[in-house]
Design a protein around this ligand. Sequence first.
Ligand code: BGC
Length: 466
Amino acid sequence: MSSSPTDPRFVIEGATEEQQAAVDELVKQFLLTDSQLEAITKEFRRRMEEGLVADGKVLKMIPSYVTKRPKGTETGSYYAIDLGGTNLRLIRATLDGKGGVKTEHQKFTLTEEAKARTLFDFIAQCVETFLDDRNLRPTGQQPPISMGFTFSYPVQQTSINSGILVQWTKGLNVPGCVGRDVVRLLQDALLRLGLRVKISALVNDTVGTLLSSAYANPSSQMGIIFGTGTNAAYYEDVSNVAKWKGPNPASGEMVLNMEWGAFDSDDFAFLPFTPHDIKLDRKSINPRKQAYEKMISGMYLGEIARNIILWLADQRLLFDGRSSDILNAMWSIDTSYLSAAIIDESPTLSEIQQVIEKTMGVPRSTLVDRRILRAIAHLVGERAARLSSIGVVATLLKRPELLSKPIHIGIDGSMYEHFPNFECILAKTVSRFIPEHQFKNISFSLAKDGSGVGAAIIAMLMATED
Ligand code: BGC
């Protein structure tokens, strides 16, 4: 995909010279050439290697203590607690022994109080509701019920069921948790309610996605989330993990949680930062952190677009210089508006007009304004999808021996599932950096809700002898 400022997709019909010049500038900033991507991928690889040698590096490459693979023939019902960004899901996953899983889940929305203070007590109460609703609460004579716990934030694991929260990411920022063992916090809250529940596995959502994908497809090597945040996990040969001081697993391999959203956060030197990204970072709850995540994940793309819109409006190149209270407020532009703008192909761009006038609160828009808005949505989305390929390519090329046979990647998250063209641009970009005879062995698929199911599968693996 070669692009230049004259890319016909970004020639705005009816635009003034100044408007077109501003769009051309955005095109230059946002459309990345293959050689730019190649250079960033090289640095990403270097950072992966560095993270395998020592702790505290920008790519954390965290050992997950998951060393087994499901066979796909296991049966039974297993439980998991899945904490995402704003929701909590309690899950019962029933494995059918043929790679299929039936799930039953109950969803809870985090209350403001839970987000501000009482997160773990809130989770324990939800567990109680889930168990009581199904008559599953173990009595004093029964063994405790085992549950996997999916926790979608960076945790330095200290065992399969313990780990220290390194930092909050995305929107959550509950005080008093960083530096503490999140399983201890949950286990104590469960105890306060007298619930006989044992957290048998602490699981990052990417590790869960990988394991649920592996239950259905034994050639799965990698689990990725492209959602509100982004990250990936993959099976690594333990002999390649110099920093691993624990016992060698019988399988010789372990899933690593890469925490790739942090790439380039230490020196901001390789990713294509624009003033719009810098502005977002400065005002975020975690400045100078999660640099890669902030360019590619759903939580941030709307905000990048908002910064661009204001930059244009302030120069009177959009909306005749008008803004609105909504547009002036941080995070007011949801990434789903960009999706709506991309799919609007009506002659008057009527969907985009609705978004501008109803959702953004700007009273009037011209057709040129709407065309510019559509171009912004394309640019921000395309950059995200192209940059997403970097982590995938770097990880695949790390273990090229795996590419000589079928290899599967399970992916979940709203960007992958819903953002227009994301999946297709991602696959196409990956194909440009992996030789054709190897690329044909790679398959990608949506591992819908894999994070929770995977934690239940890991709880099952923990309960099973080798
Ligand atoms: C977190 C990761 C998580 C990813 C996807 C990131 O913000 O640091 O732990 O896997 O989001 O949910």
